[in-house]
Design a protein around this ligand. Structure first.
Ligand SMILES: NC(=O)c1ccc[n+]([C@@H]2O[C@H](COP(=O)([O-])OP(=O)(O)OC[C@H]3O[C@@H](n4cnc5c(N)ncnc54)[C@H](OP(=O)(O)O)[C@@H]3O)[C@@H](O)[C@H]2O)c1
Length: 383
């Protein structure tokens, strides 16, 4: 057990919190809509491990820091403080409650930089730790969410909580002129993006609960929407096709068995209620799960209903991999939260350019980076 004199004082703790918060932001596009969180285990006045929430749905920063502290070889009895930028969770979500792991670690002091903004959880984690006898401190202003994860304030706002819908990440590959299809006969007519960017997409697919596309993409590209390495094959997301009039061919690759080394989730076709019964039966026989949604628009499904449908099936983070028509409609409806735009080293192209739409969007937390031969823009969308 640490002596009171070896415990770090407030200025040093604030500095650790600020450093953790800065480093945690590097994972914002991987964890959103979850917040960026960093944690550190302190022993004898020194940081012995730093952990982060690195991937949506996977371990939280506290768990990462505790695990790395074990590897650091400092006996647990000497761990005196857990420093964490955000109040630890006390309920089971995608992972067990962090408060359980903290109590189990035997650590006696927890210092946090920010309370959970979600009114359903705010203060509960700290209260639970306090009532178990731990010393708990909240260093107000040390890691403000408005700087660390502003999008999380929107995700937990009363307005969003009252009309919940999944976090939608739109990803597309475009040519230099903003077109989503390469010029005719380009490289066999297939890819705009290079291998490195396509590998990243496989990782992304295994980190969402649904991949959504439109019937236009199914008819044009006949995609499988599967997960391939380096994606995690154990977690293939459901595949959702917006197909108001059930035009998906029964021969689509979506329904074919995955080749070895790939995995794919169930196929859900969302159509207008009362869509053609013969096609309905044939597509069910091909392996689709079909859901008729009532809509007052005779031409299209309503995006609001689709969001509701996804939410009710437990989808919290979804990837939109669609063509220009569906992308445009989703942007217009304010239904996209985050983008990854891959601009390939390709001139010209076919179809509508998204360049004008891009110039009208307001981005927050924008990051421009290179990925192999492509350039990648990542950002949160401001409504
Ligand atoms: N580069 C990339 O990253 C990328 C990705 C995907 C596709 N693409 C390309 O994009 C092209 C296809 O684009 P696309 O625009 O035709 O297809 P899309 O955007 O994937 O699908 C559009 C279709 O979705 C259906 N839909 C259902 N509800 C809708 C709603 N509320 N709003 C809008 N659409 C709704 C509509 O048909 P119904 O009403 O009949 O259902 C609509 O025609 C292909 O050339 C493909 O190669 C490129």
């Amino acid at each position: 057990m640490a002596s009171a004199s070896s415990l770090l004082a407030e200025p040093a703790l604030r500095q650790i919190l600020a450093e953790l918060a800065g480093a945690a932001r590097a994972f914002r596009f991987e964890v959103a809509p979850n917040p960026c969180v960093g944690a550190a285990v302190v022993a004898g006045g020194a940081v012995i491990s730093r952990g982060f929430h690195r991937v949506w749905g996977r371990e939280h920063a506290e768990i990462d820091a505790l695990r790395l502290a074990e590897l650091a070889g400092v006996p647990k009895a000497e761990w005196d403080t857990l420093v964490v930028t955000l109040e630890p969770c006390s309920t089971t979500g995608k992972t067990p409650p962090c408060t359980d792991a903290i109590l189990k670690s035997g650590i006696r002091r927890v210092v946090v930089g920010e309370l959970d903004p979600d009114p359903r959880h705010r203060g509960r984690g700290l209260e639970l730790l306090r009532s178990a006898g731990l010393e708990v401190e909240h260093l107000q202003g040390a890691a403000p969410l408005v700087d660390v994860s502003p999008y999380f304030l929107d995700w937990t706002s009363p307005e969003r909580l009252s009309r919940p819908r999944p976090w939608i990440l739109a990803k597309w590959a475009q040519t230099r002129s903003g077109q989503l299809s390469p010029p005719e006969h380009f490289g066999g007519g297939r890819w705009i993006s290079g291998q490195a960017a396509r590998d990243e997409v496989q990782l992304l697919r295994s980190r969402v609960e649904a991949i959504i596309t439109g019937i236009g993409t199914v008819l044009a590209d006949d995609p499988r929407l599967s997960v391939r390495p380096p994606g995690d094959l154990s977690r293939p997301p459901m595949r959702v096709v917006l197909d108001s009039h059930l035009r998906t061919p029964v021969s689509a690759r979506l329904f074919q068995a995955c080749p070895a080394g790939e995995s794919a989730g169930p196929v859900h076709l969302l159509c207008s209620a009362g869509a053609n019964a013969v096609r309905h039966r044939a597509l069910e026989e091909a392996g689709a799960q079909i859901h008729g949604l009532h809509s007052d628009d005779p031409d299209h499904l309503r995006l609001f209903d689709i969001a509701q449908w996804l939410w009710q099936r437990g989808v919290r983070r979804a990837l939109l991999e669609a063509g220009p028509e569906l992308l445009e409609q989703c942007f217009h409806a304010g239904g996209i939260d985050q983008v990854r735009v891959i601009t390939g080293n390709v001139n010209g192209g076919r179809g509508e350019s998204l360049a004008l739409r891009m110039s009208r969007l307001r981005f927050a937390e924008r990051l421009d980076r290179e990925c192999g031969e492509d350039s990648v823009l990542e950002a949160m969308v401001v409504r």
